[in-house]
Write a protein that binds this ligand. Structure first.
Ligand code: ZN
Length: 118
């Protein structure tokens, strides 16, 4: 007697194969994702104690000591009539709302754009 697969069971076999292929591709995708053993000097880890002075923004800071994290940083700038621009890395004090420009900032580039920033 000839073994005859019905259309439905053939379809089911194909589905199973597809499912298998799909889970295999998921596996290989997961293998491609690297694990971070120790974070480098990446943006997320950056934080520094700063004082609210209002420097570069007319002063008037409240003098609070703040732990400024990377996510708090803003790219700011001032544009002059002669066409030149100066760019700064700044933060806004959570206590008084005054902005302070950080002198000689050498950390990872801020991701947020503040007044005059690009
Ligand atoms: Zn302040």
């Amino acid at each position: 007697m000839k073994a005859k697969l019905s259309f439905a069971s053939m379809y089911r076999v194909q589905l199973d194969e597809l499912r298998l292929r799909f889970s295999e591709s998921q596996l290989s995708w997961q293998e491609d994702v690297m694990k971070v053993i120790k974070k480098g000097s990446a943006a997320k880890g950056w934080s520094k104690r700063m004082k609210c002075t209002g420097s570069g923004n007319g002063g008037g800071g409240c003098g609070a000591s703040l732990l400024v994290e990377h996510g708090d940083l803003l790219r700011t700038g001032s544009h002059h009539y002669d066409g030149s621009s100066d760019y700064y890395t700044s933060f806004v004090c959570s206590e008084c709302g005054v902005m302070t420009d950080i002198e000689n900032y050498d950390g990872p580039a801020p991701t947020r754009v503040g007044p005059g920033g690009r």
